[in-house]
Structure formats: structure tokens, C-alpha cells
Ligand binder design. Structure first.
Ligand code: GTP
Ligand code: GTP
Length: 441
């Protein structure tokens, strides 16, 4: 089930980063070694009560003049409208209501997206509440007073946000068509791949990076089965500012990946794999999505008998945090191996949803433990009593152990490899949770 996306919009200096960091900091679920996660706080996973959501900070660059502030806010608001399920509009009680706020509020109101109006810097509710009422004038609902620094009102705000979430997304649940997000840097050939796979020129392809028009979901029927492609190609907003373009493209990617079962990361063979590719891959990895890497423009490079091997090595190195990713060398231009993508999608979805019976799992475990002893520390050895699979998408296993302190990343990796040897699980991450149990009953 895809997680709702909540976007933060507001003028500079109202406290967006402070709030964002507070919410993100509470429960950052950083997957170790994933690139880009700590570097730029564009998005974060947040849990409140039994709800989880992805928080996006649409904010950006230091503005110079008032005109630019408004233009930028409009831009932010539009990104939020395009991608978010709920929008948090932050204002500042100290600066009061300003003209730009009213204009952005109009825009948000017209979008009919749920908006939560937050008034920040209300460090003292008693004293400042009279100033909060002014914000009713925006006409987008009750202003919710908070203090991001003082951590006041945050719970009330979160309550209000989660109220707008769709009830366990019924529609989503009924739609069992595989959803595939095609992601990648600008100009790597995302639209070309979709065009070719759809078999008609529905998406406009252009030579200039970032110029394809916004694409919508594209359903494709192949071998009697329906697939839905989510395209992130083409940035409708043609900002001249590079950082802003990048931020927008990351936000779009997060939103698309969130909804997808399988992610196809397109890499340009003529450029080779880059750090930016790794950053995009990290978004899918964190979310435990099925993963296929399509090395595109394979027609355009000189090849000898080592070329595939060299590309594979370089990709495995750069994307070392996802050794499970499936790799395919394709050409959107000639159509080479594009049909293989469907088989691969089927296989990856199978891996994502596979359930291993506990009995079989523990046979593997017993054998693995017999072959290589678990680690020990100060004379105490790790014992794994048994394990069981508790979830799919991605497959998640709980290991019941005597002492969590004794568990070690490399031993878990060893167990993971044994499970992969036995069951494959190609194209999907596996998750392991260690849980302590006092004594074997
Ligand atoms: N008094 C008070 N100050 C706050 C509060 N929240 C944020 N601030 C201050 O407001 C200033 C701006 O906060 P930021 O979080 O950087 O604001 P921002 O909206 O992210 O700003 P930009 O990055 O310019 O878009 C900082 O000096 C914060 O310490 C608050 O609840 N109370
Ligand atoms: N030689 C070759 N060129 C390709 C291939 N696939 C795409 N191209 C070219 O690469 C350029 C970019 O292709 P697009 O499909 O627009 O790339 P995109 O990733 O959707 O780009 P954005 O919309 O900027 O995100 C176009 O000039 C395509 O003709 C391929 O397999 N081989």
C-alpha cells in the first residue's frame, strides 16, 4: 500500500526546515549506506500513531527580492499540488499575514487538495493566540498554532494531517495491476523506453533535457496482462535554477516510487553509472521496492566481449547497497531486449510477494548455523532460535535471538545469502528484524 505524501510549503524563514528536521529527526529510518539520505533533507519518513507518511520539503533557495519570493512560492505550491496528498502551508505569527501568503492560499484552495494551515512561532499560546486568528482570513481553514522550536502544538498538527489520509486506500488495494515507476536522470531515455513499450508515440520525446511534458500513468497490456507505467520523465516546471530542478526531480521520483511495486532505474550507457544514479536508486532501496536497472542506449556504445562485464562491475560498485537489483542492457532506439523487461517485472513481483513457510525457513537456518557459527562476544555466543517471515513487499523476516547486542551485520548478510541461494528473491531487498527472546521455550 503506498504511503501518503505530505508536502510543506511556506515563505522563507517561517520555520520550514526547523519543523521538517523535528519531524524527520523523531524517527529517521535511514537505511545505512544509502546515498543522499543524510545529505539533503528533501524528504523524510514520518510515523504518527499508526500512520506513516513521506514528508517532502518543497523549499529551496535564498530569494533576493519580493517578486522572486512569490514566484518561488508559487513554484513550491505547484510541486506540492502535483505530488502531495496533503499540503502543510506554514505561516509565521511574528511576521503576520503577508500578501504572498494570501496569493499562495488562493492557489492551494483552487487545487482542492487538503491543506493544513499552520501558524508557526507561537512560542507562547496564551500571549500570541489573538494574532493567530488573523490567519482565518486566508480562507483555507482553521489555523493551527505551533512552535517548531518549542515543540508545541505538533501533535495537534499531526492529528489534523493524518485526518486527511484516505482510509486505507481501498481503491489502491483493489487495483492489483503491477505498477512500475520508470526513474532516472534527465535525458537517459525514460520516455523513449515507455514509448517503445507502449507501442505508440504517446509521450513527446525531446532532445533537450527536462522538456518532456508531464506524463500520466500509462497502462500497457502485454501477454494478456495489464501493467501500469508511472513515468517521471519531463519536468513541466522549467526552472533555470539547477538546484531547484534537481529538487523537483527528486520529489517527483519519491512520489512515483512510493506508488510503484517495481522501479526501473534507467542508466545511460554512453555516460556510465554516476553518483546521481545512486542517489535515485537509494530512493527505491529505502522503500524496499522491486528493482530493475535498465542500461539504455546500448546501441550507441562501442562494444567488445568485455563491455557487458565492465559495465556490470561498475554498476555493482556504485550501487553496492543493492546487490539484488536485476540488470538489463537495452536500447529504446532499436527495441533491443525491451520485451525482456516484462518477464523481469513478473519475476521481481513474484520475489516481492513470495512467502516462505516457517518450517522451510528454519531448515535453511539450522543448516546455515551448522555451517558457520554465529558470532560471539566475551564468551557469549549469539543464538538464533528461529525465524519467520512477517511481511512481503519487501519480504521481511524476524529472527528471534538470545541477545540483540550479539547480532552482527555480516552474519545477517550471511543468513540473507543462504536464503537467497535457496529461494532466489531476485530483484528485491530483504529486511531482517532481530527480536530478543529470553530463553528457548
Ligand atoms: N521563535 C521561534 N523561532 C522559530 C521557530 N521555528 C523556527 N524559528 C526560527 O526561524 C528562523 C527560520 O527557520 P527555518 O526553519 O530556517 O525557516 P525556513 O522556512 O526553512 O527558511 P528557508 O530555509 O529560508 O526557507 C530560524 O532562525 C529559526 O530558529 C519557532 O517555533 N519559534
Ligand atoms: N542512441 C540512443 N538514443 C536514445 C535511446 N533512448 C533514448 N535516446 C535519446 O536520448 C534522448 C533523451 O530521451 P528521452 O526519452 O527524452 O529521455 P528522458 O529520460 O525521458 O528525458 P527527460 O524527459 O529529460 O527526463 C533523445 O534524444 C532520445 O532520442 C537509445 O536507446 N539509443
Amino acid at each position: 500500500m503506498s504511503k501518503p505524501i505530505v508536502a510543506v510549503v511556506g515563505r522563507p524563514n517561517v520555520g520550514k526546515s526547523t519543523l521538517f528536521n523535528h519531524l524527520a529527526g523523531q524517527q529517521i529510518s535511514i537505511v545505512k549506506d544509502t546515498p543522499g539520505v543524510t545529505r539533503d533533507r528533501i524528504y523524510a519518513e514520518v510515523s504518527w500513531l499508526d500512520k506513516n507518511f513521506t514528508l517532502i520539503d518543497t523549499g529551496g533557495i535564498e530569494p533576493e527580492t519580493k517578486d522572486i519570493i512569490l514566484a518561488q512560492m508559487r513554484e513550491q505550491a505547484q510541486i506540492a499540488i502535483d505530488t502531495a496528498d496533503v499540503i502543510i502551508f506554514i505561516t509565521d505569527v511574528r511576521q503576520g499575514l503577508v500578501d504572498a501568503d494570501a496569493k499562495v492560499a488562493d492557489m492551494l484552495r483552487r487545487s482542492h487538495k487538503p491543506v493544513v494551515l499552520v501558524v508557526n512561532k507561537v512560542d507562547n499560546f496564551e500571549k500570541l493566540m489573538p494574532d493567530v486568528y488573523e490567519f482565518y482570513n486566508l480562507g483555507i481553514g482553521d489555523p493551527i498554532p505551533i512552535s517548531a522550536v518549542g515543540k508545541l502544538g505538533i501533535g495537534e498538527m499531526l492529528d489534523e494531517i493524518v485526518k486527511h489520509f484516505p482510509e486505507d486506500t481501498q481503491e489502491d488495494g483493489e487495483d492489483d495491476r503491477p505498477k512500475i515507476a520508470i526513474v532516472g536522470k534527465p535525458n537517459v531515455g525514460k520516455s523513449s523506453i515507455i514509448n517503445k513499450m507502449v507501442g505508440e508515440q504517446r509521450v513527446i520525446v525531446s532532445d533537450i533535457a527536462g522538456t518532456t511534458r508531464d506524463a500520466i500513468d500509462t497502462p500497457v497490456v502485454y501477454n494478456g496482462r495489464e501493467y501500469v507505467f508511472i513515468d517521471t520523465a519531463g519536468l513541466r516546471r522549467k526552472s533555470k535554477i539547477k538546484e531547484e530542478l534537481e529538487r523537483y526531480s527528486i520529489i517527483r521520483t519519491v512520489a512515483a516510487v512510493e506508488r510503484a511495486d517495481v522501479v526501473i532505474l534507467v542508466i545511460d550507457a554512453t555516460e556510465g553509472v554516476t553518483e546521481q544514479d545512486a542517489k535515485i536508486a537509494g530512493i527505491a532501496h529505502e522503500r524496499g521496492k522491486g528493482m530493475i536497472i535498465a542500461v539504455n542506449k546500448w546501441d550507441a556504445i562501442e562494444k567488445n566481449d568485455k563491455t557487458i562485464y565492465e559495465h556490470t562491475q561498475k554498476i555493482k560498485d556504485t550501487l553496492s547497497f543493492m546487490p539484488y537489483a536485476e540488470l538489463l542492457f537495452v536500447s529504446a532506439k532499436t527495441g533491443q531486449r525491451l520485451n525482456k523487461i516484462y518477464d523481469m517485472i513478473d519475476m521481481v513481483i513474484e520475489s516481492q510477494t513470495m512467502r516462505i513457510p516457517t518450517g522451510v525457513l528454519n531448515e535453511i537456518l539450522t543448516e546455515a548455523v551448522a555451517m558457520q557459527q554465529p558470532p560471539s562476544d566475551k564468551g557469549k555466543r549469539l543464538r538464533i532460535y528461529y525465524m519467520t517471515q512477517v511481511a512481503v513487499k519487501p519480504p521481511t523476516f524476524v529472527m528471534f535471538v538470545n541477545d540483540k547486542e550479539l547480532t552482527h551485520f555480516s552474519y545477517t548478510r550471511y543468513i540473507e545469502n543462504k536464503i537467497r541461494e535457496a529461494f532466489g528473491f531476485r530483484g528485491t531487498a530483504l529486511r531482517f528484524i532481530n527480536r530478543e527472546r529470553k530463553e528457548k521455550e
